[in-house]
Design a binder for this molecule. Sequence first.
Ligand code: ATP
Length: 397
Amino acid sequence: MKKIGIFGGTFNPPHIGHVRLAKAAADALGLDRVLIMPACVPPHKLPAALASGEDRLAMCRLAFGGDARFEVSDLELRRGSKSYTVETLRALHAGDPAAELWFIAGSDMLATFRQWYRWEEILSLARLCAASREAEFVPDLSGFTPAQRARITVLPIAPMEASSTEVREALRSGRPTELLQPQVLEYIGTHGLYADGLSAYRALLRDRLDAKRLHHSECVSDAAAMLAAQYGWDPEKARLAGLLHDVTKNEALPAQWHLIEADGGTLSEIELQNPKVWHQRSGAAFLRQNGLVTDPEILSAIACHTTGKAGMTLPDKILYIADFISAERDYPDVGVVRRLAALSLEHAILYTSRYTVMTLQKKKLPLHPATLACYADTLRHFGLDKEKLPNGKDDAT
Ligand code: ATP
C-alpha cells in the first residue's frame, strides 16, 4: 500500500526546520511520497507579512528540491479559499482511496488539533505524525479516544528552534539567519520579500533603544498592522507607527523636555510628576523635528499612545491598544484584552483605560487627565457616562 505524507503549512518562508521534519517523518514512517502543501490563508493564523502563494510555492520547490520523495503541491492554493485540512484530505483520499495518508505537523499543531475544523474526520482520513518543537515535549492525548490515539504517532526527533516568524524578523532587521537554505535566501533577496521599507527606521532604533525595547517595538508594529487590517487603517502606516512609538523612550529626560519645548509645548504639573509619559510627546516631536515622519495620523497616534485621550481617532486607538496586546506582553489580563481587541477596539479601550485609572488611583500615582478623559469618553460611547468617575478623593471601584 502506498504511503503518502501531507505536510501542510504557511511556509512563509520554508526553513530548515520544515525540511528536517519532512525528512524525519518520511524516513521514520517509510513514506513513498510527501506532498508539501502551502496553505492559502490558514484559518488559525493572521495573514500579516504573507508572501504570495506563487512565491511560497517557488520557495518550497527550492527548499524541498533535494529529495525525490518530496513533491510541492498547489492544491490548497488553487482552491483559492481558506485552507481547511479536511477538504485537502477528502480530495486526496478520493483521488487514491487505497493510499495510507499521513498528516505531518509540529507539536504546536497537536496542542490545538482538537479545535481544527472537523478534526475527527481528519483523523479518520489520515494518521497524524507530530514532531516536537520544544524540549521535553510530552503530548497530551487525553482528549482522544483510544482508537484515535492509535492513529497518532509522535516523531522522536530532537526539537529545533526554528520558525518562519524568527526568519522574517531576522530578515526585516537585517540580521543574518542560518535557518534558511541559501537558495531560499537568494530567492527572497532577488524578489524583495519580507523587506518592508522599514530598514532605515530599524537602523535608527538600534542606535536609540535597548534590545528589550526594540523587541517590544517590533511586536507593537505587528499588532498595530494586524489591528489596522481588521479595522480599516493603512497597515503600512500602522506598522511604522508601532515601530516608532517608543523612539525616545530610552532618551534622557532633559533631552526629552527639550524636544517637547522645541515643538512649542510645555509640560503640565501632572506630567512633571510622571516623566514616564513624556516619551509619547517627545517621540512625536523628535520624529517631526527631524523630518522622519510627516504623516499627521502617525504623529498623533504616537503623541497619545501612553495616556490615550478624549476623541481618539482610529489610528490613535489602534496604536494605543496595540501597545497593550503586543505578542511579548504577559501581564495577567493580556488574554482578555486581546480577545476584546479582536471584537471591538472600544471594548478594549474601555477595559484598559478603566484598568489604568483604577490602578493608578489605588497606588496613589499621578493620573494624567488625558487618561481620565479617554476613560470618560469611552464610557460615553457606551452610554455609561452616569458611572461615577474617580475625582482624586473617592475610590471609584
Ligand atoms: P510561523 O512562525 O510563521 O508561525 P512556522 O515556522 O510555525 O511559521 P508553518 O509554515 O506554520 O511554520 O509550519 C508548518 C508546519 O511545520 C507546522 O505543522 C509546524 O508545527 C511545523 N514546524 C515548523 N517549524 C518547525 C520546527 N522547527 N520543528 C518542528 N516542526 C516545525
